[in-house]
Unconditional design. Sequence first.
Length: 390
Amino acid sequence: MGEGTVASTLITHIGELVTNDPRADDLLGVIEQAAIVIEGAHVAWVGRATDAPPADEMVDAGGRAVIPGFVDSHSHLVFAGDRAAEFAARMTGTPYAAGGIRTTVAATRAATDEQLSGHVARLVAEMRRQGTTTVEIKSGYGLTVHDEARSLAVARLFTEETTYLGAHVVPDGTTAEEYVELVTGPMLEAARPHARWIDVFCERGAFDADQARAILTAGAEAGLRGRLHANQLTYGEGVRLAAELGLAAVDHCTYLSDADVDALRDSGTIATLLPGVEFSTKQPYPDARRLLDAGVRVALASDCNPGSCFTSSLPLCIALAVREMGMTPAEAVHAATYRGAQALDRADVGALVPGRRADLVLLDAPSHVHLAYRPGVPLVAATWVGGHPG
Ligand code: NIG
Ligand code: FE
């Protein structure tokens, strides 16, 4: 190590350490009176504070809780403009409709790359202050070859988890058939170098299940893994399509039949619930309890976007999931960390066990329960990302 470089950090006097160790008896793998040692970018050791090995530097957590950083597996941060007026109208009864996306498309096309990356930087920093240490970012407000490719290039400046969502809505001036040709042809080619994932908004007013299948299949042939927006506004075939294709995750899952729930359980596809959307659209919340009781793996994410949900806060999503969706605080925290990592097919984040990336949050609270118990309160005292305070 160079002179002055800290090789290892011991964080001790942790009142409650949430490890998410899958080998533990309890869901969160909680260790009380705990310590953690970080070496370089990774977790080197976790256990009881009294057993902790020495390290180069020591941080005293003062009895507070430490949890894995949140993994926000669903966001749409590359956009310009806002839709505050649309939100205000919804609060007095105007329903949410997918067509509002086109408002943001116009503003996004008119923005420079620098403006777009400035907005993303601000939102990623806002997420970090609320404990998010991994974020997925979608395109989807460009909807031309050029604007989708540059949206993804901007997203890539901030995360490896970039998702091509050319199939967000059919833009003005084209037919659905023509647009699907573009999305699966030249737009896919332009997006591919910047994207890890491909997504489709499979919904009334956007794309149907046949179109979604064609787009996801073309994406898979181009080397992009699939994820899907489905069953947000009404019942439909999207969730079963995601299960059939073995996608990593299907997101929203608000309107589910028993067959949908069975398909999710049997496929292992993660159901990612986005309660900020129902908060902001005044729709009914998804029934997380039904999914968990059926054995479905459930993640929570923000869906931060200017239309259906402009929150970047996973603590808010946790509080809503506990208050409105039948999740226990432990299930909600697990869903926003461990399951979020699984929804992105990431085995290096989402847990605090030796070998995983040292992405962690020190809470200004004695336990994870406070994330739901104290809604709206900024409880993140500090974060470490890849072992670095940040
Ligand atoms: O996840 N559902 C599709 N996309 C976003 C909403 C986008 C918008 O309204 O601008 C969502 O809710
Ligand atoms: Fe979304």
